[in-house]
Design a protein around this ligand. Structure first.
Ligand code: HEC
Length: 97
């Protein structure tokens, strides 16, 4: 069981590595954000029913992408997005810093 869990953790880390290797298209990320995230995190990402993401940008990309890929509670999983879409939305969030 522990081995299985660590295999999953590795798969996720590998995916995050692939996403971070890509060059984000911030404009595409803004559209993805407006369509999929703004409803909970607010138009300007300062929070709504979901937390203020601008306030979370001190976290690493790995931490934030882990949430976006896996979800957590009310936060949906976006594991079915392409690596490029994940990179784009992450790039958009970084542009808000
Ligand atoms: C249905 C509402 C909802 C949607 C849609 C949603 N989120 Fe969330 N999100 C949440 C909630 C609630 C949390 C807090 C989860 C927790 O801490 O357990 C969260 C947490 C997060 C976190 C972690 C923040 C931290 O460091 O604690 C990130 C990053 C995030 N969301 C990004 C996104 C992005 C990017 C999208 C769009 C692709 C998105 N969310 C869509 C509700 C949502």
């Amino acid at each position: 069981m522990l081995l299985l869990l660590s295999l999953f953790a590795c798969a996720d880390d590998a995916r995050i590595g692939e996403v971070l290797y890509l060059t984000p298209d911030t404009e595409a990320g803004a559209t993805l954000y407006a369509d999929s995230c703004a409803g909970c995190h607010g138009e300007d990402a300062t929070g709504g029913s979901g937390p203020d993401l601008v306030g979370e940008l001190s976290h690493t990309d790995e931490h934030l992408l882990g949430y976006i890929i896996d979800g957590d509670g009310e936060m949906p999983s976006y594991a079915d997005w392409t690596d490029q879409e994940l990179a784009d939305v992450m790039g958009y969030l970084r542009s808000l810093e």
